[in-house]
Design a protein around this ligand. Structure first.
Ligand code: SF4
Ligand code: SF4
Length: 209
């Protein structure tokens, strides 16, 4: 009897083990159907989204020292150092700086600058060992921004959320492949069709009556 019980227990444990292996493999196979969530940084980098708010770019020659950027900044961050030029009777910019160790990248300054001399870039790799190095002067701010797509050392990948429907692997995607979702013009066209249909609906009711 003892032997039979041992055989029964063994069989039960075998079935249990097979069940657990099956459960584990089910999770594995399920993940094979999902989009990847990792990239091989820094050899691969995601292309930031179109309205990404990265490091601010500044064009010294366009700035009129109006200080609107300072007033709209939630923390009055940009430093606009200007002096009055008695000959031209205008403000003359001497120095401009933004401390990215403090900036919250809200984009207010970019939005309200009357001469568009500020712009948001795709640059997000700003880490330094010394926080004071994050205080960018007008020379650092005027540097052309780094772009993932221009770096020959990096494989640029589309953001996973933008992969076209049914595409699981972003590595082989052609650069001109269409993004997931509808384009703005397609959404507008769709809205117009819906509006037309709504306009016609009361006429239809009237005709029926
Ligand atoms: S992005 Fe926002 S926080 Fe940063 S300088 Fe501009 S307004 Fe200030
Ligand atoms: S708002 Fe624009 S033009 Fe005015 S001081 Fe700031 S950066 Fe210069």
């Amino acid at each position: 009897m003892k032997f039979l019980k041992q055989v029964g227990d063994y069989a039960k444990e075998t079935v249990q083990a097979a069940k657990y292996i099956g459960q584990g493999l089910a999770v594995t196979f399920d993940h094979m159907q999902r989009r990847p969530v990792t990239i091989q940084y820094p050899y691969e980098k995601l292309i930031p989204s179109e309205r990404f708010r990265g490091r601010i770019h500044f064009e010294f020659d366009k700035c009129i020292s109006c200080e609107v950027c300072v007033r709209v900044c939630p923390i009055n961050l940009p430093v606009v150092d200007w002096e009055f030029n008695p000959v031209s009777k205008k403000k003359q910019l001497r120095h401009y700086s933004i401390d990215f160790g403090v900036c919250i990248f809200c984009g207010n300054c970019v939005e309200y600058c009357p001469t568009n001399c500020l712009s948001m870039t795709e640059e997000y790799e700003l880490s330094t060992y010394d926080r004071h190095e994050l205080n960018y002067d007008n020379v650092a701010l005027g540097r052309l921004p780094y772009k993932v797509t221009n770096d020959p050392m990096v494989t640029a990948l589309r953001e996973f959320v933008y992969l076209p429907k049914g595409v699981m692997e972003p590595h082989d995607l052609p650069a001109n492949a269409r993004r997931a979702g509808q384009r703005p013009e397609e959404i507008l066209a769709q809205d117009q069709v819906q509006d037309l249909a709504q306009d016609r609906a009361p006429e239809d009711i009237g005709n029926k009556e």
